[in-house]
Write a protein that binds this ligand. Structure first.
Ligand code: NAD
Length: 368
């Protein structure tokens, strides 16, 4: 088991990465100071696949452990589920001294974290993320939220967990598409901060897709470290943290243009990074061989859902609505080289639109 500390202005918390962490959860959490039982928030699928040893371990350390199951999927990350969580907590006699343990993917983490941020004006919470995306991305950084009719993640807060337990063995039961969706975020971490991580992915992709534990632990640790480092410098997203949005201008637009049904978020970011690399190359900001290398790695991970039938107008509407579109031009993240990122403002919308038109015509292939 490896541990890393997320260092923030006011406090720090540990992120544990490795095997057999779920069956040791009770011991680990009591060692870091928890004395009473948590309220576990999860869903039935995760509970069935990985709940038994996890709950046994918690019960051994804390006695009776209330478990609240929410519906599975993004469509349950809403206020109705949130109210059910509060209600379940009151029924379990939770109070100001209680704490929440979020056990599942990013949906569980986001909503359980928001419940923790707001229940009795805020109680501690711990994350036990069970998807690759949650281990490398959503469990780090303290953003918690729910979706509303007006958009995703529009009601939320910053609430840092007290600890994160990322058991890489849990990833063995993930469908390949979910694993791939998380891997695009790992590629993003490498692209903006670590050429070494990109080259590790290139060398070990097959072993990662096979869920070899040493390889998973390596990429989870490296990505968590990168995200933690960026967040530590910019907890509330005033500047640097924006580089985590590499590939997201086009990625978000693709998701919005297809009603959030066609692409998993990570897949949209995969396309978004290919587009950003191609556009960066066109602007003379990224070397052609580096753009090609990044796009080849992304394509090796799996088959991205096709761009067929997606209209430029819809993508453009979404980009124009996005907060990154300012009066003086568009704000985008570019890579001056693989492993480095910079925020650029004032990007000419006309050239981006022209690039995207061609990108769609070439079905996401970059020009030679
Ligand atoms: N807070 C942040 O900073 C942040 C960052 C990125 C994404 N997010 C949020 O994360 C969410 C997406 O997270 P996600 O991709 O983990 O989706 P998810 O939570 O919906 O999980 C994907 C699917 O995998 C299942 N699952 C979970 N663990 C499993 C396991 N070990 N084996 C088999 N199946 C398992 C889930 O039940 C679900 O069906 C979105 O709501 C997004 O907004 C938040």
């Amino acid at each position: 088991v490896k541990a890393l500390n997320v260092e923030l202005a006011e406090r720090r918390y540990p992120v544990y990465v490795g095997q057999r962490l779920l069956p040791a959860a009770g011991a680990i959490l009591s060692r870091i100071g928890f004395k009473s039982a948590p309220v576990v928030i999860t869903n039935r699928k995760v509970l069935r696949l990985h709940g038994r040893a996890f709950l046994d371990s918690l019960r051994k350390s804390f006695g009776r452990v209330p478990v609240l199951c929410i519906g599975d999927g993004e469509k349950y990350k809403n206020h109705a589920t949130l109210l059910k969580i509060y209600d379940g907590m009151f029924r379990a006699h939770a109070d100001r001294s209680s704490w929440i343990l979020a056990f599942g993917g990013g949906v569980v983490g986001d909503i359980a974290g928001f419940a923790a941020a707001t229940f009795m004006r805020g109680i501690p919470f711990v994350m036990a993320p069970t998807t690759l995306l949650a281990q490398v991305d959503s469990s780090i950084g303290g953003k918690v939220a729910i979706d509303v009719a007006q958009g995703k993640n529009l009601i939320g807060s910053f609430h840092q967990p007290a600890a994160v337990l990322s058991d890489t063995e849990a990833l063995a039961t993930l469908p390949k598409r979910e694993l791939a969706a998380g891997l695009y975020e790992v590629v993003k971490c490498g692209a903006i901060r670590s050429e070494a991580l990109l080259s590790y992915l290139e060398r070990h992709l097959a072993r990662i897709m096979d869920c070899r534990q040493d390889a998973l632990a390596h990429i989870v640790m490296q990505s968590a470290r990168i995200k933690a480092d960026v967040v530590a410098h910019d907890e509330r997203e005033a500047g640097l943290r924006m580089i985590l949005n590499y590939g997201h201008t086009v990625g978000h637009a693709l998701e919005a243009a297809t009603g959030y049904r066609k692409f998993k978020h990570g897949e949209a970011v995969g396309w978004g990074m290919i587009a950003a690399a191609g556009f960066g190359r066109e602007l003379g900001l990224l070397r052609p061989d580096e753009a090609a290398r990044l796009s080849a790695l992304i394509r090796r991970i799996g088959r991205l859902p096709s761009l067929d039938g997606i209209s430029l107008d819809r993508i453009w509407d979404a980009i124009a609505r996005d907060k990154k579109f300012q009066s003086g031009g568009i704000r985008m993240i570019f890579l001056p080289g693989l492993g480095q990122a910079e925020i650029r403002t004032g990007i000419d919308p006309v050239s981006l639109k022209r690039f995207l038109q061609e990108f769609l015509e070439l079905k996401g292939n970059l020009k030679n």
